[in-house]
Design a protein around this ligand. Structure first.
Ligand SMILES: [Zn+2]
Length: 244
């Protein structure tokens, strides 16, 4: 973006932090320009014209001015979605916070990522409409799939056999059969749920009741995401593309 120019974009507010005496930096995942950091001037004073529209979780249309420094300046905000049901339910609010944190951790600044924006926006709409024990598990694995890092859910990543698949190799990525055991054991139910999420049957997975597999798959997804968030996922996926 050229200094001096302004533009509109749609965005989800991922987080904010204090900046200077009365300002706040807003970290946005925008639809067309990826993750951006922008200063909301005077937002911590009472009577600010932006007010609650720039709180984490808000979906907005935002006008950004490109100055000389590293940060954009917010010059206009139109609220799109505020997600009242999520904000009034502590369980859902915690889940949405974790989603924003995950998206923040896997993205680099200013790398356009419309697929991830759409995934986050759709997931927030789904969570606004209703909760599910498997919501966060589904979201994590969809993020990994969006980044091209999800496993083939139906075959062993070493021998290609259809199993039974009984473990996951966190460092290498991929499900494993009994003969090629990976670092983390999985129950048959967890493997079945993972297959539903990654093979277009997310609704079926979300309709499932709470089971021990929820914890197992949440823990596994966190470890896989951690493995990849030291370096932005997008960059990693691109690098793999060049190597292959
Ligand atoms: Zn195998």
């Amino acid at each position: 973006m050229t200094p001096g120019q302004s533009f509109w974009d749609a965005a989800v507010v991922l987080r904010t932090y204090k900046f200077g005496e009365a300002d706040r930096v807003v970290v946005l995942l925008s639809e067309e320009n990826g993750k951006l950091r922008a200063v909301a001037k005077g937002v911590r004073k009472s009577g600010s014209r932006f007010g609650a529209r720039l709180e984490p979780l808000s979906c907005i249309r935002v006008r950004l001015h490109c100055g000389k420094g590293d940060l954009y300046t917010i010059s206009g905000v139109e609220p799109q979605m505020q997600f009242p049901a999520i904000r009034q339910d502590l369980n859902r609010l915690l889940k949405s916070s974790r989603m924003l944190e995950i998206v923040d951790s896997v993205t680099a600044d200013e790398l356009p990522h419309p697929g991830l924006y759409l995934l986050l926006q759709q997931a927030l709409k789904t969570l606004e409409a209703g909760d599910s024990p498997l919501f966060l598990v589904g979201f994590c694995w969809k993020v990994l799939a969006e980044e091209g890092l999800a496993p083939d859910a139906d075959s062993c990543s070493i021998c290609g056999s259809s199993g039974p698949l009984t473990s996951y190799a966190v460092a290498e990525g991929g499900l494993r059969c009994n003969e090629h055991r990976g670092s983390t054991s999985l129950t048959a139910e967890s493997v079945e749920i993972l297959s539903e999420i990654l093979n277009g049957k997310l609704r079926k997975a979300l309709a499932r009741p709470e089971t021990p597999s929820v914890g197992e798959l949440e823990h596994l997804a966190s470890r896989v995401l951690e493995m990849h968030s030291e370096r932005p996922l997008r960059a990693l996926a691109a690098m793999r593309g060049t190597l292959n």
